[in-house]
Design a protein around this ligand. Structure first.
Ligand SMILES: [Zn+2]
Length: 113
């Protein structure tokens, strides 16, 4: 998609991604928090599986399970947050700035003509 300034028709447009950055970090935190909850059960499962290899295996399994749960949650939350942020940026905020006339606008205005 080629963006065009609604004011001067320039195609030298810069995207800001303000909400994207914010939502991605919030999403990562929220995702990690829910990931930690999943990590607890992941750790328990890991300990049970690792338990077959003795006490050391149990500890290793627990750590692996916890790490995996937290990581998966963080990544999932981060990308969900980024997607939401993109939506907010493009539709609600003035996410684009014209490099020619410094006019700021969002996709929802009359950019697509
Ligand atoms: Zn312009």
């Amino acid at each position: 998609m080629i963006m065009q300034c609604p004011q001067c028709r320039s195609i030298r447009i810069k995207a800001h991604h303000t909400a994207r950055k914010l939502c991605a970090s919030v999403g990562t935190v929220a995702g990690t928090a829910s990931g930690i909850a999943a990590a607890t059960s992941g750790a328990r499962t890991g300990m049970v599986i690792g338990g077959f290899a003795g006490p050391a295996g149990s500890v290793m399994g627990g750590i692996a399970g916890a790490l995996l749960g937290g990581l998966v949650g963080g990544v999932a939350g981060g990308s969900a947050g980024a997607a939401l942020g993109d939506f907010v940026d493009e539709t609600i905020l003035d996410a684009f700035e014209c490099q020619e006339c410094a006019h700021t606008f969002s996709v929802d205005t009359d950019t697509i003509s």
